[in-house]
Design a protein around this ligand. Structure first.
Ligand code: MIG
Length: 767
């Protein structure tokens, strides 16, 4: 619709373009957000930006159309190829048809508009669609279709695509097609699912040289065709809203992640205990039963920091109530758990039971806090409590109210909240598109805010907890949007106890991490279906290295506590739980690094070794930070693993055997062994084995030094509140050379360790 470029004008950091055939007010715009970040914008709605992902000063500036100050537009000129806009890092060329091309400093193209014909030959006709429907098939996707809002950009043959949140399937999303529509799908999640609980419309492209990201900040339903329609280009689009995307250029994927999380926020450090082991299940029917779980942890000598209370603890599934019949005295159980070092996390669903005299319902109705039908009645659907209504979390007032409601849990001694069903889920069919909600200061339909419902619920929860406790709020969510990482951690919802799901867990968590959601986990052992001893043993090994380490399963399935699978699996579980607790300071360092840089704790190999062809599609290994490589066994019956190590020298964690990288080899992996490799020159900080994260966390730090030379930064604080933001932390620079370790404190603001101990690993060199 935009044809020949006629004119442009510069307004601060923005450049507006006028095209033949389009009138004023329809001028697309390109804006410098940072030296490596541009925003591309067409204001179809006439309402300007309406970002919910980008907040703070930058968000406010965007939303009210003010000038950004973090990058500098260095020059704009009309050249042969079009209007050329330069910053320190990027050159952007805007030409006819509003084709926007991005180049790096050296003039190498990073991303070009697609100028060819679209290939529409596999778009089914109306008649074909009907035939497919008759046979019970669904036409997959809308290949070849045009969206209300859309952008088509070129692929280079070697481009790989990552990110996009919690999508199923393999790590590299090239050639697949996805939709962003927060979805609670009870069937076992398959590789070919188009959407799942979370909508993070952010894709990263790793090129033969260089990388970039596209964040399509539109919270309507959006679509990404990453090469299904054609090898030559990709399409992203939306049913409504604006063309509003951020181009983030970089030399590598890490720079792109840093740019994206600079825009949308970085996952902040959680409390240290959240890195401990969590035990959960839906269907702990009574107080006695849940008490027996804590007792089991002690009886079997298993470290544990948290037990989760699923919907069973509520009175008739009414949020912010306690089931006094089966669960008796909530405050007492929680206090007793605390005595033995175990914290309680409770589930909270958004659906509020329709019931006269139930305080949450009454308050909400009185104040107009629930979503309404277009006719103005409170909208009712069904969830666990039966008839239920939906808080309108897009209203700041409702978020404040929901935040205050958390006091019920906090007073009871609860330590964190697990937000479920916030897509939002509903039992009597999906919420109609036209249910009336609010999007901050404007009325909006369900279709417009569906994808940010979970985000807003998490934000309300986080803010309530922060205000009421002063500690780092621990929130876990099922649904979210871009930017939710500022408020919440997440889990991947209802997986099953099947081998394909332990395999899927690795790319899924890695892509979530690259999409900003650092603190992520899968239900260890699988949620639905019945776990087997072998699968559980392997999943505990994977969980040990996932940011969120929670064993959880569904009501009615085989019990899944570590002692449910016999002696062998119990002792394997204990081995990996102990290892997890040893690694706490290392994991905590990574969480700190993520708050500073946005780089996730759990990383696909491609993040660390981007140039290596062998890692671009590596789905069954990952890294924990930059120095530990984990190669979990995810095949039934397998007692060996084909391992790939990228360049450099590595050491087998278990035997100390030295391995040359850029090599494939087979590692024997009996049921109790998860292959782990540590990079040459690494120091790994460890705690001694302990039963829970406790007061004595600062007693002893063990520095495990591997041969070779390297530097490591270790971070220490109280692991609880925000005092670190005012300087209450220690930072150590640790230099090691072939087992000789020097520690230098480079920041002092917290009590020191009572003792530090250096341990050199005994190494075996291959004969
Ligand atoms: O419809 O609260 O994903 O973790 O145990 C099921 C019961 C509702 C879904 C969550 C799951 C949780 C379960 N919930």
């Amino acid at each position: 619709m935009y044809q020949k470029l006629k004119e442009y004008h510069v307004d601060g950091q923005k450049v507006y373009f006028q095209y033949e055939g389009s009138s004023k007010g329809e001028e697309p715009c390109v804006e410098v957000i940072a030296d490596n970040i541009f925003n591309v914008f067409i204001d179809y709605t006439g309402m300007g930006h309406c970002t919910r992902a980008i907040e703070g000063e930058l968000g406010r500036r965007l939303n009210c159309g003010k000038i950004s100050e973090n990058g500098k537009l260095e020059s704009v000129s009309w050249e042969e190829s079009g209007v050329v806009i330069r910053t320190k890092f990027l050159t952007v060329v805007v030409g006819d048809n509003f084709d926007v091309d991005f180049y790096n400093q050296e003039g190498m193209p990073l991303s070009l508009a697609y100028r060819g014909e679209r290939k529409r030959n596999d778009a089914p006709s109306q008649a074909e669609l009907q035939l497919l429907a008759k046979e019970g098939h669904e036409a997959s996707g809308r290949s070849g279709a045009d969206y209300q809002v859309q952008e088509i950009r070129s692929f280079d043959p070697k481009d790989c695509v990552y990110g996009l949140g919690d999508k199923t399937g393999v790590l590299n999303k090239r050639f697949y097609e996805y939709e962003m529509w927060n979805s609670d799908i009870p069937d076992p999640h398959e590789d070919n699912f188009k959407s799942l609980y979370k909508s993070i419309p952010f894709m990263l492209v790793s090129k033969e040289k260089g990388a970039y990201g596209i964040f399509f900040d539109n919270h309507n339903k959006t679509y990404f065709d990453l090469g299904k329609e054609s090898d030559a280009y990709y399409v992203f689009g939306a049913d409504a809203g604006n063309l509003d995307y951020y181009f983030i250029g970089g030399e590598c994927l890490k720079e792109v992640i840093s740019g994206y999380t600079w825009l949308t926020g970085r996952a902040p450090m959680q409390q240290l205990w959240t890195l401990g082991f969590h035990q959960s299940r839906w269907g702990y029917e009574s107080e006695d039963e849940i008490r027996s779980i804590a007792a089991g942890m002690m009886k079997y000598d298993l470290p544990c920091d948290c037990i989760h209370f699923d919907i069973d603890y509520m009175d008739h599934y009414k949020v912010f109530t306690w089931n006094k019949e089966t669960y008796e005295d909530g405050a007492k159980v929680i206090a007793d758990f605390k005595e033995v070092g175990i914290k309680a996390v409770t589930i909270i669903d958004p659906g509020v039971k329709v019931e006269k005299d139930y305080y949450v319902y009454e308050e909400g109705v009185r104040n107009g806090y629930f979503a309404k039908t277009p006719e103005g009645e409170v909208y009712v659907n069904e969830v666990w409590p039966g008839d239920a209504v939906y808080p309108d979390f897009g209203k700041p007032e409702v978020r404040r109210w929901w935040g205050e409601k958390q006091k019920f849990l906090i007073d009871m001694g609860v330590s964190g909240v697990w937000n479920d069903m916030n897509e939002p889920a509903s039992f009597r069919g999906p919420l109609p598109d036209d249910v009336v909600f609010t999007d901050e200061d404007v009325q909006a339909t369900h279709a417009q805010v569906h994808n940010i419902y979970g985000h807003n619920m998490a934000k309300a929860t986080y803010e309530g907890w922060k205000e009421l406790t002063g500690k780092r709020p621990f929130v876990i969510t099922r649904a979210c949007y871009s930017g939710s990482q500022k408020y919440t951690t997440g889990w991947t919802g209802d997986n099953h106890s099947i081998w394909s799901h332990i395999r899927m867990a690795i790319p899924q968590m890695c892509n979530l991490g690259m999409s900003g959601m650092n603190f992520i986990g899968t239900d260890v052992g699988g949620f639905g279906s019945d776990c087997t001893p072998e699968l559980f043993a392997r999943w505990i090994q994977l969980g040990c290295f996932s940011p969120l380490f929670r064993d959880h399963c569904a009501k009615g399935c085989r019990g899944q506590e570590p002692w449910q699978f016999g002696e062998e699996v119990l002792s394997i579980s204990r081995k990996y739980l102990n290892l997890r607790y040893e690694l706490l300071p290392y994991l905590y360092d990574l969480m700190h690094e993520c708050e500073v840089t946005g780089i996730p704790m759990m990383r696909p190999l491609v993040l660390e070794y981007e140039g290596d062809e062998n890692v671009k599609n590596r789905n069954d290994e990952f890294m924990l930070g930059d120095r530990m490589l984990i190669a979990p066994v995810v095949e039934q019956g397998a007692r060996e693993k084909l391992v790939y190590l990228p360049e450099g020298v590595w050491y087998d964690y278990w035997t100390g055997e030295k391995k040359e990288g850029k090599n494939f080899f087979v590692r024997t992996a009996p049921l109790d062994l998860c292959p782990i490799y540590v990079k040459e020159g690494a120091v790994i900080p460890k705690y001694p084995v302990r039963t829970h994260v406790g007061e004595d966390k600062d007693a002893l730090l063990i520095l495990e030094a591997y041969p070779g030379e390297g530097t490591y930064w270790h971070y220490q604080d109280n692991g609880e509140d925000f005092a670190y933001r005012k300087g209450a932390f220690n930072e150590y620079q640790i230099r090691s050379k072939d087992g000789r370790v020097e520690v230098e404190k480079i920041h002092e603001g917290y009590r020191p360790y009572v003792r530090m101990e250096v341990k050199t690993r005994k190494m075996i060199w291959p004969r």
